[in-house]
Design a protein around this ligand. Structure first.
Ligand code: FES
Length: 102
């Protein structure tokens, strides 16, 4: 079980939890504002863009090359950017804070 906190564009902080699946699915299942997951999680839409809290980057890991290519097209991208459909829910990410990039 991993708990994940999302900070929405309205600055609302929402903590949800799951055992498996992607972080995008977790967000969509919990109606997190700003995470749409339009492509279904195949890394081709960037509607699941989040900024990982600085202290959580090592827990979440780095973006793959394909993910980085998608992020380069997004004006809101920065060094903390991830597409959360590419982050798997595991115990390793328990407690992370992800800000919806919008
Ligand atoms: S859901 Fe489309 S890139 Fe993540």
């Amino acid at each position: 079980m991993a708990k994940v906190t999302f900070v929405t564009p309205d600055q609302e902080s929402i903590t949800v939890e799951a055992d498996s699946g992607s972080v995008m699915e977790l967000a969509v299942n919990n109606n997190i504002q700003g995470i749409d997951g339009d492509c279904g999680g195949v890394c081709s839409c960037a509607t699941c863009h989040v900024h990982v809290a600085a202290g959580d980057v090592t827990k979440v890991g780095e973006a793959s090359e394909i993910e980085q290519d998608m992020l380069e097209l997004d004006d809101n991208a920065n060094e903390f950017s991830r597409l959360c459909c590419q982050i798997e829910v595991t115990e390793a990410i328990d407690g992370v804070v992800l800000t919806v990039a919008g």
